[in-house]
Design a protein around this ligand. Structure first.
Ligand code: ADP
Length: 391
């Protein structure tokens, strides 16, 4: 009978030990392989428990300029700039799985753009978060450059379009003036001074004067735009009666409105004292009136000045013309922006931009309501007269 002797017992023990060692070695190798894989991943990977870093790979540490050992035990909040820390911690608290971009903070204080993609896992009953972190600084820079490039291309295109529209706009009154003067010279050469008909002479001078006014207006608009860009369009407040001014501007526009077939009606309170820049408010009124005539389809134009209960003053200019599609109603207040083609109705697309600047410089607002084909209402709200102490 075979009885296990000491050797046999030792042999079995050794064999058991060897197989246990083999299992242990295999698991060490597997975990090493896992670690290698973890470290070989190009993206930064961090495992944390409510912000406290349990593990991170080499890439994560490298992205932020640390050694891997240093980051273990740190808080994830230390890897973003203070301004976005609360935002990032909120994402963790909400267990968000949506990727997001924030400004990361390197060990040496450099700021970088990072993208974080987090996911929750339960390991042995413990909720931990695994987050992949990528340094997207270069990508962001490229994107910014692309946006800048596109913006500069757009600006060049706009400048070229503006130059062509501006030269056309300037040329029209100049051509008219030239034609008028040439005709007058020819008449003088043929028939002499005595042959000049006073009525025709008056009409000629008036027309030349109107064209000169148009030229002046165009040049002034261009100059105002550069004044605004340079921050040099100043507002000089004074006390005056707005209704008196509206009357004056409306009277100046009556003839042009009539010529376009539009009846210009206005209603004003008895007196409407305001504290504003008279010259600049006149410019706003002229722009709104001339637009109402230009785009008003020869239909009646209504102008109202109303005093609001809180001391504010409202100017409303309303036409029944071509209207403005809703998608263009915001854009027309920007520089060079127009909602009609230059061939249809001429203009530089600067009047509303300048008007908005002037109204806002007074602390007021300008708004538009419009329905294509039905008409347009511009409404300017100016602050109360007692606002003079705050300006
Ligand atoms: P401009 O009239 O020289 O083009 P504005 O800045 O005064 O420049 O106006 C910008 C654009 O807004 C105009 O080109 C036009 O398309 C639109 N617009 C302004 N006023 C009216 C209006 N009363 N009715 C319809 N469209 C208007």
């Amino acid at each position: 009978m075979f009885l296990p002797g000491t050797v046999t017992i030792l042999l079995f023990a050794y064999m058991g030990l060897r197989s246990r060692l083999r299992i242990l070695r295999r698991s060490v190798e597997a975990s090493q392989r896992l670690q290698n894989l973890f470290d070989a991943v190009f993206e930064g990977i961090v495992v944390h428990d409510n912000g406290l870093i349990l593990d991170a790979n080499e890439s994560f540490a490298a992205i932020f300029g640390y050694q891997r050992d240093e980051v273990i035990g740190m808080h994830v909040g230390q890897f973003v700039i203070p301004e976005v820390k609360a935002f990032a911690l909120e994402k963790i608290k909400l267990e968000s799985e949506q990727p997001y971009e924030v400004t990361g903070l390197k060990k040496d204080g450099t700021q970088i753009s990072i993208e974080i993609n987090g996911k929750m896992h339960t390991v042995q009953g413990r909720r931990i978060r695994l987050a992949a972190v990528s340094d997207i600084t270069e990508r962001k820079k490229l994107e910014q450059n692309r946006v800048l490039y596109e913006a500069s291309q757009e600006a060049i295109k706009m400048r070229d379009e503006f130059l062509s529209i501006a030269s056309h706009e300037l040329k029209t009154p100049l051509t008219n003036i030239k034609l008028q003067t040439q005709m007058a010279i020819r008449g003088l050469q043929k028939h002499g001074l005595s042959s000049l008909d006073p009525a025709r002479m008056k009409a000629f001078i008036e027309q030349t004067d109107r064209q000169a006014d148009r030229l002046t207006r165009l040049v002034e608009e261009m100059l105002d735009v550069s004044r605004i860009s340079a921050g040099k369009l100043g507002i000089a407040h004074e006390s005056f009666d707005l209704c008196e001014l509206v009357n004056e501007v409306a009277a100046a526009f009556e003839a042009v409105a009539k010529q376009a077939g539009s009846d210009l009606k206005f209603s004003c309170p008895e007196r409407c004292p305001i504290w504003a820049d008279r010259f600049r408010i006149e410019q706003v009124l002229s722009n709104l009136f001339s637009n109402a005539v230009k785009y008003g389809n020869g239909k009646p134009i209504q102008v109202r000045v109303e005093q609001e209960g809180d001391g504010k003053t409202r100017i409303v200019v309303e036409d029944q013309g071509i209207g403005i599609p809703s998608e263009n109603q915001e854009r027309i207040f920007r520089r060079f922006e127009r909602a009609v083609s230059a061939r249809k109705i001429s203009g530089l697309g600067l009047g509303l931009y300048i008007s908005k600047y002037i109204v806002e410089a007074h602390g007021g607002t300008i708004q538009v309501e419009s329905l294509p084909g039905s008409g347009t209402r511009f409404s300017v709200l100016l602050p109360a007269d007692n606002a003079r102490s705050s300006v």
